[in-house]
Structures are given as C-alpha cells and as structure tokens.
Design a protein around this ligand. Structure first.
Ligand code: ISE
Length: 331
C-alpha cells in the first residue's frame, strides 16, 4: 500500500516528489527508493517525520500505528494523509481532533479513497443534483475475495466497514444515529467465532435508512457497490469496469482481485487532490473529524455485534474548525 502511494507520487504527480521512505524492512525500502529515483531511508518513522526535507507525510502502516504517527506529524506541524482507520477506536481519533482544534489547523486527511473514485463521484453528483429527489436509503455492499486467518469480527468493522460508514455519511450528508449489526461465519478456516459476513441496518439523524453488507470472504472477487434510493429514483454504481465479453452463450465481465486494483485511479486522484490542497492552502478531503465520526459509528457497530441489540450512536458536537464544508465532490 505504501509502495503504491510512493510510486504514484514519483510517477504521476508533477508538483510533488518522494524524498524519504520509512519501513522496518530496510531492503524493501531500498528497492522502492531505487524504483523512484532516490530517497532517504529510515527504519524509524519518527525520524522521517522530523526530517526537514519532508514537507508532508503519507502513513500506510498497520492500523495500531496510525494514532501515534499522526500525533507525531501534528507535533511537527506537518500535513499528513493517513490511511483509514484514523485510529483503532473513537477515543484515539478524538485525541487527534483535540490536537488539531488546539492548533486551529486541519493538517490531517484520512484515506477514504472512495470519495475520489469516478463512479462514487458520479453517484454523489446524481444525489447532490436533486435528480433522484431527497435521498432516503443508502445501500452499500463491500466484498473482499478472501482473508488470512487472524482476522476477528471487530476488525471487519474497523478495517473494512469503516469505508462504508464514511460513504453513508458522505452520501446522506448527515450522521448515523442508531445501528443494528448481525453477523455469521461463512469461513470456518478463520475460526468459527469470526463473523466474516455482517449486515448493518442503520437510521440517521434526519430519519433516513441504510443497510451495509460487509463480506470479507466473498470467494469470487473484490467488489464495492452503492445505491442511493431517493424519493424520485435511485443512483447506483455501475458494475465493475472492463470489457463485456460474450462467448459460449455467456456474457461476462471480470471482477477485480483487491482494492489496489479496483481503486487505483481513486488513490491517484486522492493524492493529486491532497497535494493540490497543500499547495493552494485549502483542505478539501475527508478530514480528522470524518475519521473520528466514522469511528464513533464503528464503535457502536461493535457494541451492537457483541450485544445482539441495536445501539444508539452518541451525538457529536462539531467543533468550529470542522463545521465549514470546504468541498464535497472532489474531481
Ligand atoms: C481492506 O482491509 C482495506 O484496507 C481496504 O482499504 C478496503 O478497501 C478493503 O475492502 C478492506 O477490506
């Protein structure tokens, strides 16, 4: 993941360059640096963050490292694009929000790359244009091909469903108020207690509804779908791209393998937009508040999954720093 971002900075972005790479695996970092011209190499990410030549940081490391590394970037007042989730839980993300509020600066963007995917943006534009009337129902589905043993039911929410929670907030333009989550085990190899197929029902502060299916062992490929049902019509993401093939009395389209393939264009657009916002000084992408608010809902989803009961999501008071929406649809 980090290598993909580094290569995009090197190959695609005209107004940014890769100056340093931090990786515990120094041989891997060396190979990446060679592919990208050259770069200072670190095994300690803190040293990279403190390097004066580094003007902005991308964090694509394991989830538990996000909070300390983002805090270190804030301490050094360096803009940071951090992969999701912003922290392991809402309490962690709130620490980041509190520091930004104290600094009175939005230095953090969260890697909700779907907001840059042309298909997701097209659905957003259809909803925002009013062409389907008031949006009433969000339907999301999120399928991964397979998982290695070691995953737990909570990680399904914190690591995967977090994207769909952000999508729902983004499309409906309001907060999720109540969630009810059920799960089943479809993949005994993960351990029979691991609920790898989960369905969330939710309602929002404005009385809208939603469902989210997260299926981390779909067995057939990687696919993300969204349909927003409005009072007058619906807007839905088109089926996976690529050629429509007809042969042997069958019509087919290829389904990708993982998110790096499916969202490659979105990741590049995300980086381009983020760097652009740093150059012209306006923050546009999903910020620390979005990272926090999605984790507040994720925590409620975990509580619902554990208890088997619907859970209210705490009401949040948006600090003035985040109250203004800089931009919703990003091209
Ligand atoms: C996965 O864990 C991720 O990190 C990706 O961001 C996401 O798109 C994928 O579906 C998740 O399961």
């Amino acid at each position: 993941m980090g290598a993909m971002h580094a290569e995009s900075v090197h190959e695609v972005l005209a107004n940014a360059g890769l100056v340093a790479v931090a990786d515990l695996d120094s041989a891997r970092a060396q190979r990446l640096a060679e592919r990208c011209g050259s770069a200072a190499l670190y095994t300690d990410p803190g040293e990279l963050i403190r390097d004066d030549a580094v003007e902005a940081v991308v964090i694509a490391s394991p989830d538990p490292t996000h909070l300390p590394l983002v805090l270190e970037c804030l301490e050094n007042e360096k803009p940071v694009l951090c992969e999701k989730p912003l922290a392991e839980n809402a309490a962690g993300a709130l620490e980041i929000v509190d520091v930004e509020v104290e600094l009175d600066r939005k230095l953090v963007q969260v890697g909700f790359m779907r907001r840059y995917d042309p298909q997701h943006v097209a659905v957003k534009e259809a909803v925002a244009s009013g062409s389907i009337g008031e949006p009433m129902l969000f339907k999301g589905w999120h399928r991964n091909l397979d998982q290695e043993p070691g995953l737990d039911s909570e990680a399904v929410i914190i690591n995967s469903t977090i994207h769909d929670l952000d999508s729902a907030r983004w499309y409906l333009g309001e907060e999720i108020e109540e969630v009810f989550v059920l799960g089943v085990n479809t993949a005994p190899k993960l351990g029979k207690d691991v609920l790898d197929l989960q369905v969330i029902q939710f309602s929002t502060t404005g009385g809208r509804l939603g469902t989210i299916e997260t299926n981390v062992v779909s067995g057939y490929g990687y696919e993300v779908g969204v349909e927003v049902v409005g009072e007058l019509g619906t807007a839905q993401i088109a089926p996976p791209g690529g050629a429509v093939v007809r042969r042997e009395r069958t019509v087919s389209k290829r389904v990708g393998e993982d998110w790096l393939q499916r969202f490659h264009e979105a990741y590049v657009m995300e980086l381009r937009s983020w760097i652009g916002s740093l150059v012209n000084g306006t923050s546009t992408g999903p910020n620390a508040w979005d990272g926090y608010a999605s984790l507040v809902v994720a925590d409620a989803c975990i509580a619902s999954l554990r208890s088997g009961t619907p859970q209210k999501v705490p009401t949040l008071e948006v600090p003035a720093l985040y109250a203004k929406k800089d931009s919703e649809v990003i091209r």
